[in-house]
Design a protein around this ligand. Structure first.
Ligand SMILES: Cc1cc2nc3c(=O)[nH]c(=O)nc-3n(C[C@H](O)[C@H](O)[C@H](O)COP(=O)(O)OP(=O)(O)OC[C@H]3O[C@@H](n4cnc5c(N)ncnc54)[C@H](O)[C@@H]3O)c2cc1C
Length: 477
C-alpha cells in the first residue's frame, strides 16, 4: 500500500465504525462538522509526508527501497531520536499548534511493545510484535493508543474484590484457539474515532491476581462490539471569529471506548496474562510518550512567547521593566523545554535494541512543561489585557454603524490597528483554550506519574551521591 495520501486516509475511515457524539450515532465521520475538523487536523500528517520540503524528515527509505513513515522506523541511536523529535516539532508548527497525532503515539507504543516482547523470551510474542510493525510500515495506518483505564476506586488494584465491579480495567474474559475476548473501557482516547486502528496496553503495573488485566493488543476501529463516545469539539471558525483562510482551526477530540466482549485474534495479542511484563510495557511506553509530549509542546511554547511579545508591542509596553521580566520567564520556559527534549535524545538509553529517550530527562521535560504551563498562560493573559475576554466580534467589526468606532478606539500604539489586536487576541483564546490547560496537567500522565518515574529512575544515583559526600565529610561506615 505504501505511504498514504491525505485523501486515502479520509477514504479509509468509511468502514462502519460505531461512534457517538452529543447523543447521536454518527453514520459517516467524514461528514460530521466537528469530526471533519479533527480529520483535517490528522490529514496534515499525510500531507506533510508528500511535501518535498518535509520528505527527508518524515520518510525513511529501507534497504529494500521501501519508503516508510519515520515514526514506524526502529530508532537505534540519538540521531534517530532527534529526527523523530524534529518531525514532531515541525508537524505541530505545520498544524498551527495542533499535532496531527496519526503515527507518533502509535510509535511510542509500538516501540514499547517490541522492547517488552524482547524481554519476555517468548518467540511467538516477539514475532507478533515485529509483524505488527511491518503491518504498520506497509499500510501507514493512523493508530490511536488506549492506555487510561476508567479505574473506579483509584486506590484499589484492578482485581480487588472491593472495586464496585470487575471491569474498571480492561481484562480478558475468555480465550479460545483463535484469540481472546476482552471487556472493559478506556477513557480520553485521543483521535480514536477517526484513526484506523487502536493499540491497547495496561495503564499500570500488575500482580499475579491481576493477570487477566495484563493484556495488550491491536484492533481495527471497526471491530465488532467496540463503541466510542466522543466529546464535542470545535467546528472551525465561528461566525463571530475573524476568518484566517491560510490557517483553518485544527483540533482533536477524545473518546470513551467501550470493549463489550471484543474478539482479538492471537496474531494481534502482545500481552496476555504475563503480569510481570505490564510494568516494563507501561514504563517504556511512558518514556517515549512523554518525550513525544515534550516535543509537540515546543511549538505551543513558541506561540505563547510570540503572542505575549506581540501584545506587549501592540500595547506599547514592550520596553517596560516588569514586562521584560515576564517575557524573560517565557524565554526561560521555552528554552528549558527545548533543551531538555533534545538532551533526552542525545543522552538516550538502549532498551531491547531501541534507542529510548533518557527517562529522567524526558520526565523532567514533561514535568517542566506541565507544572509551569499555567504560570505562562497567566503572563500571556497579563500582556493581552482584559480585551482578551471582552473583545467585540468580527460581525461587530464588519457592521458599518459601529466599525469606525471599533477601529478608532481599539487600536494600539501608532501603527497597530484594531484588527491586528483583535486577531491576535482571537489566536490567544484559541491556543490557550481551557481544554489545553487540562491536557497539560493530565495528558501523558498527571504530575505524580512524572515525579514517581524521576525518583525511581534516579534512585540508583542517590547512593552514589551519598557516598560522595560521606567521603568528603570523612565519614567511614
Ligand atoms: C485531552 C486529553 C487527552 C488524552 N489522551 C489520551 C490518550 O490518547 N490515550 C490514553 O490512554 N490516555 C489519554 N489521556 C488520559 C491521561 O493520560 C489521564 O487523564 C491521566 O493519566 C490521568 O488519569 P485520570 O484522568 O483517570 O485521572 P485520575 O487518575 O483520576 O487522577 C486525578 C488525581 O488522582 C491522583 N491519583 C490517581 N490514582 C491515584 C492513586 N492510586 N494514589 C494517589 N493518587 C492518585 C492523580 O495523581 C491525580 O492527582 C488524555 C487525557 C486528556 C486530558
Amino acid at each position: 500500500m505504501g505511504l498514504m495520501t491525505a485523501q486515502e486516509y479520509r477514504e479509509s475511515l468509511k468502514d462502519g465504525r460505531i461512534v457517538y457524539m452529543g447523543g447521536e450515532k454518527i453514520e459517516d465521520v467524514n461528514r460530521h462538522p466537528m469530526l471533519k475538523v479533527c480529520i483535517e487536523t490528522a490529514a496534515l500528517d499525510y500531507e506533510m509526508t508528500h511535501m518535498p520540503e518535509y520528505r527527508d524528515l518524515a520518510v525513511v527509505t529501507l534497504d529494500s527501497g521501501e519508503a516508510i513513515s519515520r515514526y514506524y522506523h526502529q530508532p537505534v541511536n540519538g540521531d534517530d531520536l532527534l529526527k523523530r523529535h524534529e518531525l514532531m516539532v515541525e508537524a505541530t508548527r505545520f498544524g498551527g499548534g495542533a499535532i496531527p497525532f496519526t503515527h507518533d503515539i502509535a510509535s511510542d507504543t509500538l516501540n514499547a511493545i517490541n522492547i517488552t516482547a524482547s524481554l519476555m523470551g517468548k518467540p511467538e510474542y516477539a514475532e507478533r510484535a515485529e509483524n505488527y510493525r511491518r503491518h504498520l510500515q506497509k499500510t501507514d495506518f493512523s493508530v490511536a493508543v488506549a492506555v487510561t483505564d476508567v479505574k473506579g476506586d483509584r486506590t484499589l488494584r484492578p482485581s480487588s474484590p472491593k472495586q464496585a465491579h470487575p471491569d474498571y480495567y480492561v481484562r480478558v474474559v475468555d480465550k479460545n484457539k483463535d484469540g481472546i475476548i476482552v471487556r472493559g473501557a478506556k477513557a480520553h482516547i485521543t483521535a480514536a474515532a477517526y484513526f484506523n486502528e487502536i493499540i491497547v496496553i495496561p495503564s499500570r503495573n500488575m500482580n499475579e491476581e491481576d493477570a487477566d488485566y495484563a493484556v495488550a493488543f491491536a484492533i481495527p476501529v471497526n471491530t465488532k462490539n467496540l463503541t466510542q463516545v466522543c466529546h464535542p469539539t470545535k467546528t472551525g471558525f465561528g461566525p463571530y471569529d475573524f476568518p484566517v483562510d491560510e490557517r483553518p482551526v485544527r483540533w482533536h477530540t477524545d473518546s470513551l471506548i467501550i470493549f463489550d466482549d471484543v474478539f482479538v485474534p492471537w496474531e494481534r495479542v502482545f500481552l496476555c496474562g504475563q503480569w510481570q511484563f505490564a510494568m516494563p510495557l507501561v514504563y517504556n511506553f511512558a518514556y517515549f510518550h512523554r518525550h513525544t509530549a515534550a516535543s509537540y509542546r515546543v511549538p505551543i511554547s513558541e506561540m505563547m512567547l510570540g503572542m505575549a511579545w506581540a501584545m506587549a508591542e501592540y500595547n506599547g509596553i514592550d520596553r517596560v521593566s516588569h514586562v521584560r521580566e515576564k517575557i524573560t520567564d517565557l524565554v526561560i520556559y521555552l528554552n528549558m523545554l527545548k533543551s531538555l527534549s533534545r538532551a533526552a535524545c542525545v543522552d538516550y538509553v538502549t532498551h531491547g535494541g531501541f534507542a529510548t529517550p533518557n527517562p529522567v530527562i524526558t520526565n523532567m521535560a514533561k514535568y517542566h512543561f506541565a507544572s509551569n504551563y499555567h504560570d505562562c498562560v497567566k503572563i500571556v493573559q497579563d500582556m493581552a489585557g482584559g480585551l482578551l475576554s471582552t473583545a467585540p466580534t468580527f460581525k461587530d467589526f464588519q457592521n458599518p454603524e459601529i466599525s469606525e468606532h471599533i477601529k478608532k478606539y481599539l487600536g494600539g500604539k501608532a501603527g497597530i490597528t484594531a484588527e491586528m489586536r483583535l486577531r491576535m487576541l482571537q489566536l490567544i483564546r484559541r491556543i490557550l483554550d481551557p481544554e489545553i490547560e487540562v491536557l497539560a496537567v493530565h495528558g501523558e500522565g498527571s504530575f505524580e506519574a512524572q515525579r514517581m518515574t524521576i525518583f525511581a529512575e534516579a534512585y540508583p544515583e542517590l547512593d552514589t551521591y551519598k557516598k560522595y559526600v560521606e567521603r568528603e565529610a570523612g565519614i567511614k561506615r
